[in-house]
Design a protein around this ligand. Structure first.
Ligand code: NAI
Ligand code: MG
Length: 354
């Protein structure tokens, strides 16, 4: 199989972990006789520095032509004081919107070997295996108006959704649940928000199309608590953009580190952008200690969702599992025993297993 992959390293540890994903994909290409061609394009803070634009048109063009896209992370203190149109995050939100990547899949799995890396009790975390399906191109992060008013004395943000936008993400979540343990939790704030009331209505309607899937509704505050007190309760969670952003960072606690979580952002036709859930981690950037697993598992998701290379995806996931089982981990996983490894060492160990 021949595929064109665009790499968007971005900033901070994004530039470090994307090298790991590339190495792993090169190993897969060799082992399974595929040809992956990589081209690198600018996004985020580094694109502001090089092109004066967090999302240069050439990057959007390249992404539109690519078979799939891998992104590291964007942002950093260097650009924090920039005006809002010159913020690295504009690049990220912009590419999601430009490609209409409305479905963000964030699997969260507690690896047996890392149970004690979580600050939660191991017996609570054990067996956690859930999928957060986050709406990615609507809601509070994209609503207008979003501005300061009255000389800065008041502000407004807007949470807007159309029925169609809700329907397509809910549909996606039902499909995911169908292929897993057939349990769907819809998370909203329907006791307060009008948008959540419509969200609930849509979920109730869609239920009829997926009779095998058991459905429940949870308010987001209760869901936040249950995610920590009873994480194994969950199979698939579907929720709007901001709620999904927050509860997925929360869910990362189950795995021991934010650096463990991969994600896929998909369009209706399967075009996808794959990135770790974490940010550019300026506090550890340049030290060679970033956990590459979230990024590497994102590459596995790419193989599965965009290229239907399931065996290859599993080969990566099994390699990650084996390296962890052998006791290796990056320093963000706070464990008393095992072998500490840096980004490069961890990557090489995973490549060896492939
Ligand atoms: P962050 O996710 O970059 O870091 C949070 C904490 O987790 C830090 O202590 C960091 O060292 C640690 N961490 C994250 N990923 C790690 C990894 N792979 N290995 C080891 N440790 C890891 O979030 P933070 O600090 O709030 O934001 C930093 C910058 O990243 C900001 O500019 C923010 O806007 C941006 N950001 C970008 C995202 C993206 O590109 N998708 C997502 C979240 C934040
Ligand atoms: Mg986030």
């Amino acid at each position: 199989m021949e595929k064109q992959i665009v790499l968007l390293p971005g900033d901070g540890i994004g530039t470090e972990v994307i090298k790991s994903a590339k190495k792993v994909l090169e190993a897969i290409a060799e082992e399974y006789h595929h040809t992956f061609t990589f081209t690198v394009h600018a996004i985020g803070g580094s694109a502001i520095d090089s092109n004066g634009d967090p999302l240069p048109p050439s990057t959007v063009e390249a992404c539109k032509k690519a078979d799939a896209i891998l992104l590291g992370a964007v942002g950093g203190p260097k650009w924090d004081q920039n005006p809002s149109h010159l913020r690295p995050e504009k690049g990220l939100l912009g590419i999601r919107k430009a490609l209409d990547l409305y479905a963000n899949l964030r699997p969260v799995k507690a690896f047996e070997k890392l149970l004690h890396a979580s600050p939660l009790k191991a017996d609570r975390v054990q067996g956690s295996d859930l999928l957060i399906v986050r709406e990615l191109t609507g809601g509070l992060y994209f609503g207008t108006p979003s501005e300061r008013r009255d000389d800065g004395k008041s502000v407004v943000d807007t949470l807007a959704y159309t029925r169609t936008e809700i329907e397509r993400i809910v549909d996606k979540a039902f499909q995911c649940a169908q292929g897993r343990k057939k349990h769907l939790t819809s998370v909203d704030k329907a006791n307060v928000l009008e948008s959540s009331k419509l969200w609930r209505e849509v979920v109730e309607q869609k239920k009829a199309d997926y009779p095998e899937v058991e459905v429940e509704h949870l308010l987001v505050d209760a869901a936040a608590m249950k995610l920590i007190t009873n994480p194994t309760h969950f199979d698939v969670i579907v929720t709007e953009n901001m709620f999904g952003d927050i509860i997925s960072d929360e869910a990362s606690v189950l795995t021991g580190s934010l650096g463990m979580l991969p994600s896929a952002s998909l369009r209706e036709d399967g075009v996808g952008l794959y990135e770790p859930v974490h940010g550019s981690a300026p506090d550890i950037a340049g030290q060679g200690v970033a956990n590459p697993i979230g990024m590497i598992l994102s590459a596995a998701m790419m193989l599965r969702h965009s290229f239907s290379l399931n065996e290859e995806a599993e080969a990566i996931e099994n390699a990650v599992q084996s390296v962890l089982d052998n006791g290796y981990h990056t320093p963000d996983l706070r464990m008393h025993n095992g072998q500490k490894a840096g980004t490069k060492e961890m990557t090489d160990l995973i490549v060896d297993h492939i």
